[in-house]
Design a protein around this ligand. Structure first.
Ligand code: ZN
Length: 302
């Protein structure tokens, strides 16, 4: 440990907001003496070191957007660099949130940009997209232009038999990418759905999407539930809101459960590989499904 880095690390701890609390109440500040402030507990390798506070902040913000939780930066006492991390309190807040607090999809830039437009059931989806009623109806063409100007890059269409090919042309003419994935609770062939999931997951990971079924409610919920339950790189505490299945203060999970269970039951070894899931994924599947339903049930009681 170079003395210069130790002093710099101590200095940064003492000038950050809440320094008194970090040193005397939570003892977070003393984490900088731990070798695990420099070495990853999981891999045993040194953490990624950024050359400056600004570079580390930029990385922390990108990670925060991706995972929907706060990351902080700190000067490492052990090397010349800065690292990105979470402290114990952030972690504790997150696990409490998973039981009682807010949903992960609280707001995002595209949602803010679109919220003044007359779009029925518009709502944010994770950090980078929105959901709402289909834009294929009357006035949809004009709305597609506004959606594009708000920063949307791709329209995800979840309709099945009501899907018309005129709409995909309109979307393309508005300068947007069009992705069609038929989703419903049981009629659509499950293997057709599974085959399209990697692309759906990639689009949701990337953000800047407008996702819609006919009403923007039921199938949209199912698509988001598939993303959360079958895409484990989404942190399990980032439970999405199933707003389309709430009616008269009740959360009805049967349709969502039917589709999730059907996918889990039907996965072939090739499809496990396609989704990048281990063959013993069922335990994690059950855990995520339970978290999803518990959180959405608790929400309607509040
Ligand atoms: Zn270090």
């Amino acid at each position: 440990m170079k003395i210069r880095n130790l002093f710099r690390a101590l200095y940064e701890q003492l000038v950050r907001p809440g320094a008194w609390r970090n040193v005397f109440v939570t003892h977070n500040a003393f984490g900088i003496f731990s070798k695990y402030s420099h070495i990853s507990r999981r891999s045993g390798q040194p953490k990624i070191a950024y050359p400056s506070k600004a570079a580390a902040r930029k990385a922390a913000e990108a990670m925060g957007r991706k995972h929907g939780v706060h990351f902080s930066v700190y000067k490492c006492a052990w090397c010349d660099g800065w690292h990105v991390g979470k402290n114990a309190q952030n972690k504790a807040v997150r696990s409490k949130d998973a039981v009682a607090g807010t949903f992960v999809n609280c707001s995002n830039a595209i949602y803010e940009n679109l919220s003044s437009l007359p779009i029925a059931d518009l709502a944010p989806v994770y950090a980078g997209g929105v959901r709402g009623r289909t834009l294929s109806g009357r006035g949809g063409r004009q709305m597609l232009g506004k959606v594009r100007d708000a920063g949307v890059r791709v329209v995800i269409d979840l309709r099945t038999q009501d899907h018309t090919c005129r709409f995909d042309r309109e979307v393309a003419e508005a300068g947007l990418e069009y992705f069609h994935l038929p989703i419903d609770r049981q009629k659509t062939d499950v293997h057709e759905i599974i085959a399209a999931l990697p692309k759906l997951f990639a689009l949701l990971d990337e953000g800047d999407f407008y996702m819609a079924c006919a009403m923007g409610l039921h199938r949209t919920d199912i698509a988001i539930a598939l993303y959360y339950v079958f895409h484990p790189s989404v942190p399990c505490e980032n439970v999405p809101e199933m707003r389309g299945h709430r009616k008269n203060g009740q959360f009805r999970c049967e349709d969502i459960a039917a589709r999730l269970n059907c996918v889990m039951r039907s996965l072939t070894p090739e499809e496990f590989a396609l989704l990048g899931l281990p063959s013993d994924y069922e335990t994690e599947f059950c855990r995520r499904k339970q978290l999803l339903f518990e959180r959405n049930r608790n929400f309607q009681k509040e």
